[in-house]
Write a protein that binds this ligand. Structure first.
Ligand SMILES: Nc1nc2c(ncn2[C@@H]2O[C@H](COP(=O)(O)OP(=O)(O)OP(=O)(O)O)[C@@H](O)[C@H]2O)c(=O)[nH]1
Length: 337
């Protein structure tokens, strides 16, 4: 591993420890929103954002509301800025390409005008005069040829720029749609993935699995948020490992994951849910540098399905009701609605 990466790991570890301790003092959860704000504050404090945080007061719930607003004002808007810059680049490229094409069209038009003028001259002249007209014609043809070549070069450059922009767009979209901690889709990524699926007629019925880690608060309290974060990564990686490539996995909330299984009845969805539940239950996690095992990780799951014409929200609401039953039935189990 390069020194630079090692340095970054050290630095980010230090910042995240500071951020976590601070959130704990404020009695706020280290969910993606609060954590992002706290990390930014300890990493490269924006004076305006610092001031807004300093002005927050009240109960943890009121503080939590304030954090949501700050996240929207300072962090989401940063992404909006990136998007604006990106659209500007696309506009510039489109304008330049259109200009180059229309410039060449003007030259082509002028050339065909010249040809029309030259034709009667060629017919009316002979000897040296004819040779002069022909060399004028050759000159004009060369000019147009040079323009066509220059347009070709510019279009080649524009094609390369378009490819780079497409790559940038993909990376940008990925950043917006992915949860930075677990690297699975976040809510906006889930919505987009659902819309893409819904475009395919044969995706219905779609099983919806809502999985929630049991007693995660106690886990965090006992082992600390950093280990809690690692557990979130481990749970999401395990879920990802045992589902089909065509299935969709997203982090739906702090310790909640949502899975969409296209072309699957809810009864079959419950079979998948049960096998995932068992996989998670079998995980064993050792404390780093010791032989001590951490408390067992279990998940509760609620299962529903979405039929054609039904919305994602509708499917999630029903899965949530089923999850509630699983929690009430003692956790570490699967229920279906
Ligand atoms: N480490 C860590 N913890 C998180 C994150 N997001 C949410 N949490 C924690 O997850 C816990 C969820 O707690 P609760 O909603 O009370 O649920 P629970 O303790 O899992 O209890 P049940 O769901 O009823 O089994 C809270 O303590 C949050 O702080 C995160 O990104 N990292």
């Amino acid at each position: 591993m390069s020194e630079q990466i090692q340095e970054t790991i050290k630095e980010s570890g230090h910042i995240s420890r500071q951020a976590m301790a601070w959130l704990r003092d404020l009695q706020l959860p280290a969910d993606p929103v609060c954590y992002h704000v706290a990390y930014e504050l300890f990493h490269r404090p924006n004076p305006e954002m610092k001031q807004r945080v300093a002005q927050l007061h009240g109960t943890p719930d009121e503080m939590y509301e304030g954090f949501q607003q700050i996240y929207q004002d300072f962090i989401t808007s940063k992404q909006e800025n990136n998007l604006r810059q990106f659209s500007r680049k696309i506009d510039n490229l489109a304008n330049r390409t259109l200009f180059n094409v229309s410039d060449t069209q003007i030259h082509l038009k002028a050339y065909s005008g010249t040809l029309e003028e030259i034709q009667p001259l060629l017919e009316a002249t002979s000897g040296d005069a004819k040779i002069n007209v022909i060399s004028l014609l050759i000159n004009e043809t060369e000019k147009v040829h040079r323009h066509a070549e220059s347009l070709e070069d510019k279009l080649k450059l524009a094609t390369e720029e378009i490819k780079a922009l497409q790559e940038e767009h993909l990376q940008f979209k990925d950043k917006v749609n992915r949860d930075p901690l677990t690297q699975v889709l976040n809510r906006s990524g889930l919505q987009e993935a659902f819309e893409n699926l819904a475009d395919e007629d044969n995706c219905y019925p779609m099983a919806v699995l809502l999985a929630d880690i049991d007693h995660f608060k106690a886990f965090n309290d006992e082992h600390g948020h950093l280990i809690g974060d690692n557990v979130l990564k481990l749970v999401s990686a395990t879920l990802k490992k045992y589902i089909k490539r065509s299935d969709i996995l997203a982090r739906f909330g702090g310790e909640e994951f949502l899975l969409l299984l296209p072309h699957t009845e809810k009864e079959n969805g419950a079979v998948v849910a049960e096998s995932l539940r068992k996989r998670i239950e079998k995980l064993t996690v050792k404390k780093k540098g010791s032989d001590e095992y951490l408390r067992r990780i279990t998940i509760s799951i609620g299962v529903s399905d979405i039929q054609q014409e039904q919305s994602l929200t509708d499917g999630i609401d029903r899965a949530d009701k089923a999850l509630y039953r699983s929690k009430n039935n003692g956790r570490n189990c699967v229920n279906i609605v």
